[in-house]
Every structure is written in C-alpha cells, then in structure tokens.
Design a protein around this ligand. Structure first.
Ligand code: GLN
Length: 452
C-alpha cells in the first residue's frame, strides 16, 4: 500500500483520482498486516485498490464526477465496496470517471480529464477511455493493484482496451447495484479492472453475490472463479460474428482479431462462424434506452434532498430546480437528459422507446441463438486504439461509435471481458473481447486467460 500511495503522489498529472485517501489506506493496511499475521486474512487482505467514484463510500466523498454531487458524503456504503472491504481490500481513493459514467474518453468529468499512462511512451496526451478512465489509468500506471469499474455500454471494457489492462463486465445481476450512483438501471453492472485475468477472477469473487437490497441482483450460486482457470479449453467452441466485420475497421484490428482466433485454436478450441443479425441497430438502441433511463434516474438531483443547490435570488421552486440542474450538470449529461426526455415523451414514446425495447429483445435473441452454437464469442473490444485528448470532442456521434462492439453485450445483459492482446503499429495497447453465456463467467475467464 505504501508503494502504491507513493506512486499516487508521484503521478498526480494523470488525474486518475478525484479523492485520495492515503492515510485511511495506510491505517487499514496496518490492520490487514495484523490479520495476516494472526492467520485471519480475507481473500483480498491488504491489497490496495481504487474505487470508481460512482460507488457510495461511507464518510468518503462520492461525486460521480459531477458538480451536482461535489459536496456529497454518503452516510452508507455500496454493497460491492462493502464486500471488497470485508474481503480485506484497502481503498486508496476514489477514481475519476466521465460525469455520471456518460462518456468514452473521461473528458466529461467535472474534475478534469484523465491522462492515459501509455501517453508517455508516444509523447502525446492520450485519453484512457471511459467512463471508468480513472480506474484504468490508476491500474495501468501502478497507482493501485486493481480497481472497480462500472459498465453500462462498455465503460469497463473500452478503457481496459485503451489502457492495456483486463476489464470484466459480469452478467447483469451478478454484482449488486445497491449504492452505485445510477446511470441506466437495466444496464449498469459493476466489475473488476485488473492487470491479469487471474486477478479479475479473484476480485470478482469478492465483489459478486446476491443482495437483498437490489431486486435485480441474481439469486444464483457463486462459483469458484479462480478454480475455473484450468488453462484447458480443448473442445471449446468460439464464435466469430460476421456482423462485427464493420466497414472502415483498421487493418491492424482485423489482424489482431485473427491472431486471437489462432491463439484459441492452438489451445484446442474450435472456431465457428456465428451471426448476430441485429448488431447494426445496437448502437441506436443503446442511445435511446440508456438516456431514457438516465433522464429518469437523474430527476432526483433537484437541489432539495442532497448535492448542489443553486445560490442567490430564487423566484420559486421551478427556478430552484432549473438553476440547480443548469449549474450542476455538465453538457453531456444535459444532452442525455434531453434525449431521454424526448424519447419518453407521450408523442414519441412508441416511435423511439417502445421500438428500442423491441429491438433490444431481438439483440438478446441473436446472442441466445449464437450461444447455442458456441461457448464464447470473440470480437475486438473497440474499433480503435486510444486517441489524443481533444480529438473527437466536438462530435458526440463519433464518440458514441467507440461503443459499437461493447453495447450489444450490455443490451443483452451478458458477461464480456476485454483482454490486452497486443500493440498497435503506434505502440499502443489493443484489446480483444470475449462474450459469454449468462452467468458463465467461468468459461469466459478460462478462455480469456488463454488470450493473455
Ligand atoms: N460510452 C458509453 C456511454 O457513454 C458507455 C458508458 C458506460 O458504460 N457507462 O454511454
């Protein structure tokens, strides 16, 4: 913990943390030492981790990277962070993210952009991806051993790919959402961001489990994820979806995908073509469903209950709401609220939201059918390497394209993992994604380890 806290202090320029808690961490590390000595260690005893600043942490400020929550100190702890603490993990701080987890580059944070540690290799300021960009940068830059992330449409997997680490989005329902600041409740899922697949298995074990506080958390048995890492994938069927071979995909990403296929084949897997015919509608569907749910979830920030409240002359209650929300929410969050409110409005509900829900079902059915023919599906995690800070910023649609390979999995609620699979010609990390059957993280982790 001391070594990581020192690195945190030395690498402030990465801006990976919104709130650092080094004293608390060192104190806790001492307590962990004592537990280890007395033979009473938890599964993650004494391991320094970063906590995405979307997880409520008791008595430690939790901002969701928004001005509207800049003074919010939760009186309670999220289930996932509490599970990790019970397992002995030591929290070194709250990691930076896109405001309310809306973004793919960590540039919408009210607490400033995060820098990708890989930037120093190429002499350029690069984004770490998003929205869990602070977590990705903190792990890649050795500021902590591992970190929590949340993934609504790719926010664990895409920054993992950009930062050369492993990012796992478990099956929807595997981890409790209780105490995680909500973005889109039917999609949000917490997961580990780690250096290796084995670390991912160990951390997931401590994070996951049924929780009475979250009715969508699944009452399913928790397998031993680390025990699943046998290295044996003989006979495993790996699906390659034709529809992911999108126009304009860089040659090097196609080559990396092929290389992943070869690695799995060499280890005894069988490659089968599969079809996910509704893939082309996934991005549009996601950008209706996610903002719709976000607009509803964000209605609670009214300046009355908690968080920022507009100051100065206020004419009436509406004026309080408008000024509070106008000052507190950033541009991207306001854009999403407007999209969400529009697609849910009486006149457009059927045309957009209801239709999107139907397509979401078709996308889920595509995966269910594909998974009849294969155990896991292999795709690139994203269509590009990390881009420069400032690039794509004025073009939200181009930014949304980052999520083209990750959102279908989210819409279907399936587990997905991004594994660092090689470097681009420019020397930057590229990830491959594996998509598993619901609640089959074991097969997912086992095959992911082969790609490492
Ligand atoms: N980039 C996607 C978005 O902006 C996904 C974000 C996420 O998974 N939290 O909505």
């Amino acid at each position: 913990t001391q070594a990581h806290v020192d690195t945190m202090a030395a690498r402030k320029e990465l801006n990976a943390f919104i709130t650092e808690t080094p004293e608390l961490a060192l104190e806790q590390a001492k307590a962990s030492d004592a537990k280890i000595k007395s033979g009473d260690a938890g599964a993650m005893e004494g391991l320094p981790i970063g906590m995405k600043d979307l997880f409520c942490t008791k008595d430690v400020r939790t901002t969701a990277a928004s001005n509207i929550l800049d003074n919010f100190i939760p009186p309670y702890e999220s289930t996932v962070s509490s599970n990790l603490k019970k397992a002995g993990a030591v929290m070194v701080g709250k990691t930076n993210l896109d405001e309310f987890a809306m973004g793919s580059a960590n540039i919408t944070s009210a607490f400033g952009t995060v820098k990708n540690p890989w930037g120093s290799n190429v002499d350029k300021d690069l984004v770490p991806g998003g929205s869990s960009g602070g977590s990705a940068a903190a792990v890649a830059g050795e500021l902590c051993l591992a970190a929590t992330g949340t993934d609504t449409g790719g926010s664990i997997r895409q920054p993992a790919s950009f930062s050369g680490i492993v990012g796992l989005k478990p099956t929807y329902g595997r981890c409790s959402r209780w105490g995680i600041v909500a973005f889109a409740s039917s999609l949000d899922q917490a997961g580990p961001m780690t250096k290796t697949v084995r670390d991912s298995a160990i951390m997931l074990q401590s994070m996951a489990g049924y929780d009475v506080h979250d009715s969508t958390s699944a009452r399913v048995e928790l397998p031993d994820f680390e025990a699943a890492l046998t290295g044996d994938i003989k006979g495993l069927k790996v699906g390659i979806p034709n529809e992911y071979k999108v126009d304009g995909m860089p040659e090097e990403i196609t080559a990396l995908w092929k290389q992943g296929e070869e690695m799995l084949k060499d280890a005894g897997a069988e490659i089968v073509p599969v079809s996910l015919p509704h893939t082309k509608y996934a991005l549009a569907t996601y950008y209706i469903v996610a903002p719709a749910e976000a607009s509803s979830n964000l209605a609670r920030y009214d300046g009355v209950r908690y968080g920022h409240r507009a100051e100065g002359e206020l004419e009436n209650l509406d004026d309080l709401y408008m000024k509070t929300r106008g000052q507190g929410f950033g541009e991207e969050v306001q854009r999403r609220i407007m999209i969400g409110t529009y697609v849910l409005s009486a006149g457009y509900y059927d045309a957009y939201y209801a239709k999107a829900q139907k397509i979401r079902t078709l996308i889920s059915q595509d995966f269910a059918k594909a998974h009849e023919a294969c155990d896991v599906i292999l795709t690139p995690t994203c269509p590009s390497e990390a881009f420069g800070i400032g690039e794509n910023e004025d073009d939200p649609v181009k930014m949304y394209l980052n999520d083209v390979f990750t959102v279908p999995t989210s819409l279907a609620g399936l587990p997905g993992i991004s594994v660092p699979a090689g470097l681009s010609q420019g020397g930057l990390p590229l990830g491959l994604q594996l998509i598993g059957r619901p609640f089959d993280e074991e097969t997912l982790l086992r095959s992911a380890e082969v790609l490492e």
